[in-house]
Write a protein that binds this ligand. Structure first.
Ligand SMILES: Nc1nc2c(ncn2[C@@H]2O[C@H](COP(=O)(O)OP(=O)(O)OP(=O)(O)O)[C@@H](O)[C@H]2O)c(=O)[nH]1
Ligand SMILES: [Mg+2]
Length: 426
C-alpha cells in the first residue's frame, strides 16, 4: 500500500436555482399578481474531519467532486429545492490549499470539524419580490448565483506530538517498535522506512503521546535529496524532536551527523530548528560507542543526551523527558510566519466579468454569470435581446468595455455570439 498524502481535486459547488417569473392564475382574472418563487440554494462542498481515517486513500481516484444545483423557483411563490451539501471526510491533519493562489483555505485538526471549501450559489429571487407600485407585474426574476469552482491541493500532515529524526539506519524504527505497539520495518540498509509511521507511547504514569518514525534524513534533504524532504513537512506538526544519533561510529561520525541534520532543519522553512530537541545516543552496545559519546558531549556540552541500546528497551528516562517537553511546549504555527494555527475561511466573490481586447475592434467578455444569462436569451426575440443588453449595462459591462477602448461599431463576443457595441441608450 502506498502512502497517499497528497491529492489534487477539482471542486464545483452547485449553482443556485434561478428565480421564476410567473403570475397567479385566477378564475376570470387574465393576469394575476406575480407568483414566481425563489430558486433553491446550490450544494456546498464541505470537508469534515474524521478521526477514523488515517490516509487520503479514499480520494486517490477522485478527480472531481460536484455538488448539485438548486432547483428553480416554482409557481405559487414556492421555493425551488435546495441541493444537499456534499461532505468529504478527511483524516485529522488535512490541509486544503487553493491551487491557484496557494492559500490555505482549510486546516482540519478535530473530529467533526467542518470547513466549507466551495460554497454553493444562492438561489435567485422570484418575481414576487419585484412587484412595486409602479410595476405590479414584474416580468423578471434573478438568476441563481454561480456555485464556487476551484482546484484544491489536499495534503495530509501527520499529527504527531514528537518525531524521531536522524540519518538512515540509526535505529529510529527500532525505537518506535520498542516504545509502542507500532511494527515498523527494521533493516540494516538505509531508507528502510519509506513513509512515516505513528505509534502511541503509553507511559507508566498514565500519560501518552504520539511518536512518529520518519524516513531518514541526509545532507541536502532540505533541497530535496533522499526521501526526507517529502516528510520534513510532517515534522512541522511535531512539537518535540527526538534526534537519534548512531554512536557506534561504524559507518559515520556522530559528531558530524548531529551537525548535518541540524543544518538541514535550519535550511528548511518553518523554523524546525526551534522545536525542542533531545538527543538519543543509540547503539551504545557497540565497541567504541562510549568513546564517541564522550567526544560528542565535549563537542556539544549544552545538548541533552540520553544514551540507549534501542533493542534492549528501557527508554523510560528519555520518554518521560519527551512527555514533559510536549506538555510545556506551545503548539507551533503550521506554516509561513505570521499565520496562526486557525484558518478562517473567507468566501470572496469573484469579479462578475472580465473583458479582453482581442484587437481589430474585437472584444471578448468572459463571465460565468453572463454566459449563463446568455443561455436564457432568445436571440430571435428582440425584446429578449434588449433586456439582456440592459442587464449588461446594469452590471456596468458597457462602461468597462469603454474603459478597455471599445467604441461604437466594435464587435463584442460572448461565447459564440457576437454583438455590435452601440452607443445609444437601450
Ligand atoms: N547494535 C545495535 N544495533 C541497532 C540498535 N538499534 C538499532 N539497531 C540496528 O540498526 C539497523 C537500522 O535500524 P532501523 O531501526 O531500521 O533504523 P532507521 O533509523 O529506522 O533507518 P531508516 O528507516 O532506513 O531511516 C537495524 O539493523 C537495527 O537492528 C542498537 O541499539 N544496537
Ligand atoms: Mg526506519
Amino acid at each position: 500500500m502506498q502512502f497517499i498524502d497528497k491529492v489534487t481535486l477539482k471542486l464545483k459547488a452547485g449553482n443556485g436555482g434561478d428565480g421564476l417569473v410567473a403570475f397567479r392564475r385566477e378564475k376570470y382574472v387574465p393576469l394575476g399578481g406575480p407568483s414566481g418563487g425563489d430558486g433553491g440554494k446550490g450544494g456546498s462542498i464541505i470537508f469534515v474531519g474524521d478521526a477514523n481515517k488515517s490516509t487520503l486513500l479514499d480520494l486517490r481516484y477522485t478527480k472531481e467532486i460536484r455538488a448539485k444545483d438548486g432547483g428553480a423557483g416554482k409557481n405559487n411563490k414556492m421555493h425551488g429545492a435546495s441541493a444537499d451539501d456534499v461532505y468529504v471526510k478527511v483524516p485529522l491533519g488535512t490541509m486544503i490549499r487553493d491551487l491557484e493562489s496557494g492559500d490555505v483555505i482549510g486546516d482540519i485538526t478535530k473530529h467533526d470539524e467542518e470547513v466549507i471549501i466551495c460554497k454553493g450559489g444562492k438561489g435567485g429571487l422570484g418575481n414576487v419580490h419585484f412587484a412595486s407600485s409602479i410595476n405590479s407585474a414584474p416580468d423578471y426574476a434573478k438568476l441563481g448565483q454561480s456555485g464556487e469552482a476551484k482546484e484544491v491541493l489536499v495534503e495530509l500532515k501527520l499529527l504527531a506530538d514528537a518525531g524521531l529524526i536522524g540519518f538512515p539506519s540509526v535505529g529510529k524504527s527500532t525505537i518506535l517498535s520498542v516504545v509502542s505497539s507500532a511494527r515498523p520495518e527494521i533493516a540494516d540498509y538505509p531508507f528502510t522506512t519509506l513513509r512515516p509511521q505513528l505509534g502511541m507511547v503509553r507511559l507508566k504514569n498514565g500519560d501518552s503521546f504520539v511518536l512518529a518514525d520518519l524516513p531518514g534524513l541526509i545532507k541536502g534533504a532540505s533541497e530535496g535529496k533522499g526521501l526526507g524532504h517529502t516528510f520534513l513537512k510532517h515534522i512541522e506538526r511535531c512539537r518535540v524532536l527526538v534526534h537519534v544519533v548512531d554512536m557506534s561510529g561504524e559507518y559515520r561520525d556522530p559528531v558530524e551527523d548531529y551537525k548535518i541534520i541540524n543544518d538541514e532543519l535550519l535550511e528548511y522553512p518553518g523554523h524546525l530548528e526551534k522545536r525542542p530537541q533531545v538527543v538519543v545516543a543509540n547503539k551504545m552496545d557497540i565497541e567504541g560507542a562510549q568513546d564517541n559519546l564522550e567526544r560528542f558531549k565535549k563537542a556539544y556540552p549544552d545538548v541533552e543526551v540520553y544514551p540507549i541500546i534501542a533493542f534492549m528497551g528501557d527508554l523510560d528516562k528519555v520518554l518521560y523527558r519527551v512527555d514533559e517537553l510536549i506538555k510545556t511546549t506551545p503548539k507551533f504555527a503550521l506554516y509561513d510566519e505570521g499565520h496562526t494555527d486557525k484558518v478562517i475561511y473567507k468566501y470572496e466573490e469573484k469579479p462578475e466579468f472580465e473583458i479582453y481586447n482581442e484587437g481589430n475592434g474585437n472584444f471578448r467578455i468572459s463571465s460565468e454569470r453572463i454566459e449563463r444569462m446568455l443561455g436564457h436569451v432568445d436571440m430571435d426575440d428582440e425584446i429578449s435581446v434588449i433586456k439582456f443588453g440592459r442587464a449588461l449595462k446594469k452590471m456596468n459591462v458597457d462602461s468597462a468595455l469603454e474603459d478597455k477602448g471599445c467604441k461604437p461599431g466594435d464587435h463584442v463576443y460572448i461565447n459564440d455570439y457576437g454583438f455590435i457595441f452601440k452607443e445609444e441608450d437601450l
